[in-house]
Design a protein around this ligand. Structure first.
Ligand code: ATP
Length: 236
């Protein structure tokens, strides 16, 4: 098991956003978290990446308890997040944005290899290598954020809404790339509003409702589950 959340709770002031959530991600899997707006998907990601402290429960990563570990040290251990809303550096070139993703690493040869890998996954980034991040289109910035997260060579890649704001054709493409990244050996935990795509690409998934996990199963089990269809897939 690569990641295990054991009954974690998290609050923003007096608002409890997560109620004793437990989930696991095995080495090599794509696991999706789906749920309505405000269900706690992004909050779960923040708990894993260390951007918000949990008030209860444990986070085990790669056999170690990381519950109280600082976010930057989690990156060093192999957890990397591509945040919702992209969060790239607008005043830096595409190439420098990617380089920033490798800030914890020193081996130039290996970093260059990963730059080449990011450019081959996202040819658009190669074409725009010297363009400022902030002048890239929304979809291109999304690709840049995923490329940058990969530059830390993570064991676990956290993707928060990678399809957000993308045109339908690009949604297919970004999910194809996610599957390719996974097939190259990176384990992925994915948060998505686009439940259809997420469930059809993920090995397993969890459904969150108001801060609690209400259902879990394989992607195909959940795709054919009547209550999931009804609530998240827009078909009865
Ligand atoms: P969406 O799909 O809309 O992004 P989500 O499932 O990712 O939703 P979260 O962003 O995790 O949901 O939010 C869970 C709950 O926590 C919501 O009720 C939200 O209002 C609350 N919340 C999130 N961030 C904060 C914050 N910084 N301060 C206070 N409350 C917050």
């Amino acid at each position: 098991m690569l990641l295990e959340l054991q009954e974690i709770s998290l609050s923003y002031g007096r608002i409890q956003a997560l109620h004793e959530i437990s989930l696991t991600v095995d080495q090599g899997e794509i696991v999706a978290l789906i749920g309505a707006n405000g269900a706690g998907k992004s909050t779960t990601m923040r708990a894993v990446s260390g951007l918000r402290p949990v008030s209860h429960g444990k986070i085990i990563f790669d056999g170690q308890d990381i519950t109280k570990l600082r976010a930057d040290l989690r990156v060093v251990r192999g957890v990397s997040q591509s945040p919702e809303g992209r969060g790239i550096f607008p005043g830096m070139t595409v190439r420098d944005n990617l380089e920033m993703g490798a800030y914890t690493r020193r081996n130039r040869v290996e970093i260059n290899k990963d730059l080449d890998r990011a450019f081959s996954l996202f040819p658009r980034l190669k074409e725009r290598e010297r363009q400022m991040g902030g002048t890239m289109s929304g979809g291109e910035q999304q690709m840049l954020a995923v490329g940058r997260a990969l530059m830390s060579r993570p064991k676990l890649l956290l993707l928060d809404e990678p399809s957000m704001g993308l045109a339908p054709m690009l949604i297919q493409q970004i999910f194809d790339i996610i599957v390719e990244i996974n097939q190259q050996g990176t384990t992925i935990l994915l948060v998505e509003q686009n439940a259809q795509q997420a469930l059809s690409r993920a090995h397993r998934a969890y459904v969150l409702e108001t801060g609690r996990i209400v259902k879990s199963g394989t992607g195909s089990e959940l795709l054919s589950d009547p209550s999931v269809k009804d609530a998240y897939l827009g078909v009865a």
